[in-house]
Design a protein around this ligand. Structure first.
Ligand SMILES: NC(=O)c1ccc[n+]([C@@H]2O[C@H](COP(=O)([O-])OP(=O)(O)OC[C@H]3O[C@@H](n4cnc5c(N)ncnc54)[C@H](OP(=O)(O)O)[C@@H]3O)[C@@H](O)[C@H]2O)c1
Length: 342
């Protein structure tokens, strides 16, 4: 089958950074769905796993390593333990970082972390959603314990990195599912307009003082922060930004250990969200991601949430994926980049 993979970890400007390859089709075992991949989206995770670093610089991957953790497709076959899906079902999912990725004509995923694709979306628009939706949903509703049924409506959430892939779905979920007042950060007119169009009540610029701008919006302190960018840089502002007993969920690395003491006086909770924890550790509750994706699909079909796809680069091949990686590495993405078909 066709796939896009890498043998060596190279800068994206290297012609061999991603290659069109031919690899054997995988076989569905146990709880696996064998999925015919129709569309994918690209995340900063892909660029981080492709880029050279001290650990992988001299590694050679044979067979080629296949990246890609956002897929929409159709179930072609099921493993013997599958109960949630049937061949022919349209699905969308992020998959597992512990397995080969979805940049291939066929891909295996555990049924317990896949959802039924929103019926109202095409494959490309659906592929934009799973990884970021799981991240934002788990970060808000599971790690910070915000109510997903409106019991916390009226409380406030600051989203750092509002126009990015995660921010774009987090704004919608926070506003339309939880009923929160949403303050999103964006530094440019186009990213600010996009975040506002998704439902953000206020926009603040992450390149300016955040506490000062919040006060200008008439908000003294927020109840929650979802940090999807530059945690190390923004962390020193969090004690001023958050109300006593507020909560921060970070999905990115940083800050230094000692900075956490700054949160003590206000009893601010800090938690992490790593969306692959469940599949990586095969936690007993990993089917929660299936339920979450199915609920998100219903919300899309009901018109509550919408796709965050903003750019379709065309066919899934090495040339187009390299373009996507280049764009994402610039750190100024608005919404999500998708690719469709082989
Ligand atoms: N832990 C997890 O499970 C998990 C899951 C998903 C993603 N992540 C990580 O979360 C990060 C965000 O992912 P993403 O998909 O949203 O990325 P993305 O789409 O590439 O984010 C791009 C956005 O970042 C904003 N930005 C740039 N510099 C910033 C700064 N200093 N402060 C705040 N915002 C800034 C930009 O806004 P402007 O253009 O307006 O400047 C742009 O809209 C990545 O590092 C990703 O690897 C982690």
């Amino acid at each position: 089958m066709k796939a896009v993979g890498l043998h060596r970890y190279l800068p994206i400007t290297d012609p061999d950074a991603l290659l069109d390859v031919d690899v054997p089709q995988p076989e569905a075992m146990g709880h696996d769905l064998l999925v015919e991949v129709r569309a994918i989206s690209v995340n900063p995770l892909d660029t981080k796993h492709r880029a050279p670093n001290d650990a992988n610089r001299n590694s050679v991957e044979t067979p080629p390593r296949i990246l890609g953790w956002d897929v929409a497709g159709v179930v072609a076959a099921t493993g013997p333990a599958v109960t949630l899906f049937r061949p022919g079902d349209a699905v969308y999912y992020a998959g597992s970082i512990a397995r080969s990725g979805g940049n291939a004509e066929f891909h295996c995923v555990d049924e317990r972390i896949a959802g039924h694709k929103p019926a109202s979306l095409g494959f490309a628009d659906a592929a934009a959603l799973p990884l970021t939706t799981i991240t934002a949903w788990q970060g808000m509703f599971e790690r910070m314990n915000i109510s997903s049924s409106g019991a916390d409506a009226g409380k406030s959430l600051l989203i750092i990195g509002g126009a990015g892939g995660v921010g774009s779905i987090a704004i919608q979920i926070a506003k339309r599912v939880a009923g929160l007042t949403v303050i999103a950060t964006a530094s440019r007119a186009e990213s600010a307009a996009w975040a506002r169009s998704l439902g953000a009540d206020h926009i603040v610029d992450h390149n300016q003082s955040l506490p000062g701008q919040l006060k200008t919006c008439g908000i003294a302190e927020v109840d929650y922060v979802l940090c999807a960018n530059a945690a190390g840089r923004h962390f020193a502002d969090f004690p001023a930004l958050l109300c006593p007993q507020g909560k921060i969920c970070s999905i990115v690395d940083g800050p230094n250990e000692t900075d956490f003491l700054l949160l003590k006086r206000k009893s601010i909770t800090f938690c992490w969200e790593a969306m692959f924890t469940r599949p990586l550790f095969q936690t007993p509750d990993m089917v929660a991601q299936h339920d979450l994706l199915d609920r998100a699909a219903s919300l899309v079909d009901a018109g509550v949430l919408r796709s965050t796809a903003t750019m379709n680069l065309g066919t899934i091949n090495a040339t187009h994926l390299k373009q996507a990686h280049q764009l994402i590495e610039q750190g100024r993405s608005i919404g999500k980049i998708v690719l469709e078909g082989f």
